[in-house]
Design a protein around this ligand. Structure first.
Ligand SMILES: NC(=O)c1ccc[n+]([C@@H]2O[C@H](COP(=O)([O-])OP(=O)(O)OC[C@H]3O[C@@H](n4cnc5c(N)ncnc54)[C@H](OP(=O)(O)O)[C@@H]3O)[C@@H](O)[C@H]2O)c1
Length: 436
């Protein structure tokens, strides 16, 4: 039985998928049953890394969805529209969809999942988070027997590349970003990566799968690395930490009606050097899942790129093809593969969350300043893990004081910070970062 594949997009990921489908030798025998039937691109004259018969290429993506020879629609065009409408059109036509589009799934996942459930078709999204790392299906299936306590990860390769080089070379953020753009690791417009939006899309998706309910994507507190100072990366290293852009979804409890209370966020975060995520370098990604009873499980690998991402897309295609092979077109949806929502979740008030914090203060180099800062923390019940004064270079007489707190309620920390800012010898709060 041949299964017809329609590709929406033949860019980085689409060409990687075509490459696998056109070369099935040595792969699972089901790959040999997948046939590319129709492919939509924007520009037919653009050179492509894969050779396809001209008659299967088109510029109208709706033709791919409508083509009766296409059994599975693979959306790898990116962007919100027309991608969302095309996914919904495929579902309405009764065709399963595989997509790598985290932006669409993070914003319209609920609408798409409801339409898919109603029509009885699968929408699989393994490539939307972590590129080649299998994390979506493990969360849905292999870890399904656990109560998930926390999912945390380095899920943006561009920022991890920049942070790795800042740490290794002591280089400034702007210089490394420019280099990353030159090398093709960062987009010409890097905002979605460096401001944390891409990681927020991905943690919204992981949170929905781990906890069985959606949260509002736009409400996720998100801080990128674009204002990070190399000085903090350097001080963190001297104190035994590395700075990473960490996306986290953590269960804090449940309301009386069963709604799950979640702390979901994206922040530049200090990780102790022996933390499992601290050793993830360059463009690699890693996701740490903590669950009961499994404990800690870490998924690590290439978070982007044509080959790794295509590997995840083809895995999804094979899952759907395998079910067709086993059951024909009929039968209900496998509830583990279909990833239904089964309870409601809500984000907690950030002031009620508990964290450790790193704080860098610029102060006058006067006797007693450390004591006065300590008193402000003490008044709010914030206990200090370490407080260090760093020499500042140059002629200025300022001192830099770095504080790392123990775990503290965010609201108490903020009140202490307001009091510290008001001290006459504190000139500026130069940095404030999360710490694990
Ligand atoms: N790149 C990665 O490493 C990676 C990793 C994980 C997930 N993803 C996700 O995968 C998706 C695709 O990413 P990509 O890097 O492959 O993007 P890309 O290289 O920009 O490719 C997009 C493809 O879609 C086609 N396209 C775009 N709009 C179209 C339209 N309106 N009509 C017809 N064709 C259209 C483009 O045609 P032309 O070629 O003619 O311009 C191009 O072939 C995105 O959602 C992205 O977030 C990418």
């Amino acid at each position: 039985m041949t299964i017809g594949i329609g590709l929406l997009g033949l860019g980085t990921v689409g060409a990687g998928v075509a490459e696998i489908l056109l070369n099935p030798q040595g792969r699972h025998p089901l790959v040999g049953q997948l046939a590319l039937k129709r492919v939509a691109v924007r520009d037919l004259s653009r050179p492509r890394p894969v050779e396809l018969p001209a008659e299967i290429l088109c510029t109208d993506p709706q033709q791919v969805v409508n083509d009766p020879a296409v059994d599975i629609v693979v959306e790898v065009m990116g962007g919100l529209e027309p991608a969302r409408s095309l996914i919904l059109a495929a579902i309405a036509a009764g065709k399963p969809v595989v997509t790598a589009n985290k932006a669409v799934i993070a914003r319209y996942g609920e609408e798409i999942a409801a339409a898919a459930a109603e029509r009885g078709v699968y929408v699989l999204i393994e490539a939307a988070v972590g590129g080649g790392i299998p994390i979506i299906e493990p969360l849905k299936q292999s870890l399904g027997g656990n109560r998930i306590q926390r999912v945390s990860g380095i899920i943006n390769g561009t920022t991890n590349y920049i942070l790795s080089r800042m740490a290794d070379e002591g280089a400034a953020y702007g210089d490394v970003l420019a280099d990353a753009q030159r090398l093709g690791y960062a987009e010409a417009d890097p905002a979605a990566d460096v401001e944390g939006g891409d990681a927020a899309d991905k943690i919204a998706i992981l949170s929905g799968l781990a906890y069985g309910g959606s949260i509002e994507r736009s409400a996720i507190p998100t801080e990128g690395i674009n204002r990070l100072d190399a000085r903090d990366v350097n001080y963190a290293a001297q104190l035994g930490y590395v700075v990473k852009l960490v996306a986290t979804a953590q269960c804090l409890g449940t309301d009386t009606d069963g709604t799950v209370q979640l702390d979901v966020r994206v922040n530049p975060t200090l990780l102790p050097k022996d933390h499992p995520l601290a050793g993830v370098h360059g463009v690699n990604n890693a996701i740490l899942v903590e669950g009961d009873p499994v404990g800690r499980v870490m998924f690590y690998g290439p978070g982007a790129g044509a080959g790794p991402t295509a590997s995840a897309v083809v895995a999804d295609i094979l899952n759907i093809a395998g079910i067709r092979e086993a059951t024909g077109q009929g039968g209900g949806l496998d509830p583990l593969l279909a990833a239904s929502r089964w309870r409601s979740c809500r984000l907690v008030d950030p002031g009620q969350t508990q964290h450790r914090n790193y704080l860098r203060l610029q102060t006058g180099d006067q006797a007693g300043v450390i004591g006065r800062i300590g008193s402000c923390f003490g008044d709010e019940g914030v206990s200090i893990r370490s407080i260090v004064q760093f020499e500042t270079s140059g002629a200025c007489a300022d001192a830099e004081i770095v504080v790392i707190t123990h775990e503290v309620q965010e609201a108490n920390f903020r009140r202490a910070l307001a009091a510290i800012t008001a001290l006459p010898d504190v000139k500026a709060v130069a940095a404030c970062l999360r710490t694990l």
